[in-house]
Design a protein. Structure first.
Length: 378
């Protein structure tokens, strides 16, 4: 008697129903075909490896022959990139990322302050240096503590910063500014408006420029080897005609932004609408000047910015990519990365904050952040 669900007294006879015909052949085919497929793949792989090995051996034998050596050393055609490309500009050797500073046991006060120090990442290469209190300092991070000019706290801060900084005393930096470039080394650490800054052992020229130039923004690149000073900066002076042209373009651009239909939609922002115009003269590839015009409202909650690259007879739009900063004011030009094309030092703003940035001119019409520092928040 077969088992019938719901029938009282039914017994199970022990015979299982056969599998469904539609599934059984498929399962059997898959199981039986797996070894064949794996074997075919292994055989194909061995054949490919054998062929590749033969090709490699043939290439190696042909390369070692005298005729192949002559062919490999033959001069390229006259119109090849090897003849048309200019000679590469030597760049400083960038050291690998330093190891984390060793754990040094600090005094209680210095240890407490060390827990409030936030440094730049270990692998960071580019930093922002600026003139502060008539000396050039490099921004390395922030200190989340009010030292209140207490001599004991200041001394503990210097000890903690020297023990925890990823750039220890003696680290070599390549400084590039409007005057040219030269090396300097880190001499110590000081607090500045909530920032951790490194003081520098630099030349008398750099010290003199820092005492007499305001604003002064310099790029600082961590390097491994010393390089000679280079004062071959481009002539950045502008005649009165070109300066007047930059000013006229700035006024016309502001008028265009104000006349456009893209305006704040809230009355509070419309009532606080302001503008800012700035220019800089330099060697920006095919351009001689930069114009930045910004309309902003509130605490930079609404911002419309337009950047122009101005040549002797051309005007081109430029794009700014600067992460969280929305508005910019051009300060001066400098060759920040040593590629022979000027970049831009600027002040930057965002809601409830700001800082100093160095914008690299990339692909002729795009300004990208190279370094930033001296940030502040409200």
């Amino acid at each position: 008697m077969e088992f019938q669900p719901g029938v009282e007294g039914a017994k199970f006879t022990g015979e299982m129903p056969p599998p469904e015909p539609s599934r059984r052949p498929f399962v059997r085919f898959v199981v039986r075909s797996v070894p064949f497929t794996l074997g075919a793949c292994v055989a194909a792989s061995l054949a490919a490896c054998t062929a590749a090995g033969g090709d490699l051996r043939a290439a190696r034998d042909s390369a070692s022959s005298p005729s192949a050596a002559v062919a490999n050393t033959a001069a390229p055609p006259a119109d090849s990139p090897a003849h048309s490309a200019p000679a590469a500009t030597p760049v400083p050797v960038v050291p690998p990322s330093p190891a984390p500073p060793p754990a040094i046991r600090l005094a209680p006060l210095a240890d407490t302050i060390a827990q409030r120090l936030v440094f730049a990442p270990l692998g960071q290469v580019w930093f922002t240096a600026a003139g502060r209190a008539k000396r050039l300092v490099v921004d390395l991070g922030r200190v989340d503590l009010d030292l209140k000019k207490d001599p004991a706290r200041l001394a503990a801060f210097r000890t903690a910063a020297a023990a925890r900084s990823p750039l220890p005393v003696g680290t070599r930096l390549r400084l590039r500014g409007a005057w040219g470039s030269e090396d300097a080394t880190i001499a110590g650490f000081e607090p500045w408006n909530g920032r951790i800054v490194a003081t520098l052992d630099a030349s008398a020229l750099v010290d003199s420029i820092a005492r007499t130039t305001d604003p002064l923004v310099v790029s600082a690149q961590r390097v491994a080897q010393a390089s000679p000073p280079d004062s071959s900066a481009c002539p950045r002076g502008a005649d009165s005609t070109f300066s007047a042209r930059l000013a006229q373009l700035a006024r016309e651009t502001e008028d265009s932004l104000r006349a456009s239909g893209d305006q704040p939609i809230y009355a509070r922002l419309r009532a606080s609408l302001k503008s800012q115009r700035s220019t800089a003269v330099g060697c920006f590839a095919r351009a001689r000047g930069i114009v930045i015009v910004t309309l902003y409202a509130g605490d930079y909650e609404w911002v419309r910015e337009r950047v122009l690259l101005v040549g002797d007879s051309t005007v081109r739009r430029a794009v700014v990519r600067d992460l969280r900063f929305r508005a910019h004011e051009a300060l001066h030009a400098l060759d920040a990365d040593g590629d022979g094309v000027d970049d831009l030092a600027a002040r930057a703003w965002t809601p409830r904050g700001g800082g100093t940035v160095i914008l690299k001119l990339a692909e002729g019409d795009r300004l990208e952040r190279l370094a930033a520092g001296f940030a502040w928040e409200r």
